[in-house]
Design a binder for this molecule. Sequence first.
Ligand SMILES: NC(=O)c1ccc[n+]([C@@H]2O[C@H](COP(=O)([O-])OP(=O)(O)OC[C@H]3O[C@@H](n4cnc5c(N)ncnc54)[C@H](O)[C@@H]3O)[C@@H](O)[C@H]2O)c1
Length: 430
Amino acid sequence: MKYAIVGVGGRHAMFRRAITETHANGNDLVALCDVNEARLALSAGKVPKKGNGVATYEATEFTRMIAEQDPDTVIVTTPDYLHHEYIVSALKAGRNVMTEKPMTVDLGKLRAILDAQAESGKKLTVTFNYRYTPARTQLKDLLLSGVIGDVTAVDFRWYLDRVHGADYFRRWHRYKPNSGGLLVHKSTHHFDLMNWWVDSTPRTVSALGKRVFYTPEMAEELGLSGHGERCHDCPVFDRCEYRLDLANDPALRELYLEAEDDDGYLRDKCVFADDITIEDTMQVQVRYANDVFLNYTLCAYSPWEGLEIKFHGTKGELTHRHVEVHGVFGGVRDKSAEESMTTTLHLHGGRPEKLEVWEGSGDHGGADPVMLGYLFEPDSMAPDLYNRASTHREGAWSILTGIAANQSIATGETVDVDKMLAEAGIRLPR
Ligand SMILES: NC(=O)c1ccc[n+]([C@@H]2O[C@H](COP(=O)([O-])OP(=O)(O)OC[C@H]3O[C@@H](n4cnc5c(N)ncnc54)[C@H](O)[C@@H]3O)[C@@H](O)[C@H]2O)c1
């Protein structure tokens, strides 16, 4: 199979390595495309030599790239608000697409994607790696077994620490039109897991959200008055725990600092800037089509990183806790460097039982290697008992909870998802 990748920043490297190194057998990376020439050259230079090497194209040459290089599949790893442009163009050109999450950020772009997919009939895959974390697949396995009876309600909390959480306030993510805010950009993973775990889709959504930590006032409170627009050459660099040191991290330096002259993309903007438009504190309540209730919290400045989830069922409850450790750069991490996961089954009339948690190794709790196997060498993988592959349909449902939550935050009203879709002219099977 022939692949082209558009958007060669931080995330694309996982796909590039999968195609050219770990799953090179039968796969070929034929082209890379980006607005930034320095990042294009950097990525092309890391592709193991084969024939004439990989062709590179500027973003304006995307259509020409498809015609000349004839990829079977286009992989989209641009910032979120641009996904739809490349997904729609590639589908219309008769190509399959794999896109990073979130599939897109608002209803207008979603409609364009769904229309293009329906017209072309081509395959659109959303790469939801979180489904493949062995411990989360185990939760699906337990729920499918019916061990806690019918699931009635779920309490789900996701905590981002001040290293990982802060990173969403530095660059394009921090403006709502670019990312949909964290309820779309980040929670797309969590709401996708929910849809998959409880095998349903959101019907009504109400939400609250505010920005209380990554603010100019907090910078004052932390003694950081007089901070600059960015970390590089910031007057308070040495005493700021939230700094990102681009110059002293070889990978960040070559990927972003040394590529700035091409497009002015600053990777290390101050996380306490006035013009940030996304929330850092969010709570959402959802009623699913099968009448399961969800209570969800996302906090982006917690003292630890990870998740806690409790499934309430008619026969008992299932609880999972994961302390996560991310390889995100910058900031000070003063907590455990060890990942830890616990899953506890507590049935009515019995004692809580700690289960042996399914494990894996590799990024995102062992998720990425499993997902890449299914994406790039499916014949070498066991049949997937858990239905983890995600199409445009799952991609759409995963963002609709966050899009409805954003509407609810703006209006103070509960959002009826069917009505929201009808008003946007979107028909999506449940
Ligand atoms: N699933 C996961 O765990 C995971 C993790 C990280 C990122 N992501 C997703 O991957 C995507 C990319 O994130 P990232 O961190 O690599 O961002 P990034 O900013 O590091 O990289 C984005 C790249 O897109 C390029 N780009 C910008 N405008 C473009 C245009 N008009 N045309 C073509 N290219 C353009 C930039 O120059 C840059 O090279 C996002 O959608 C993000 O949500 C997913």
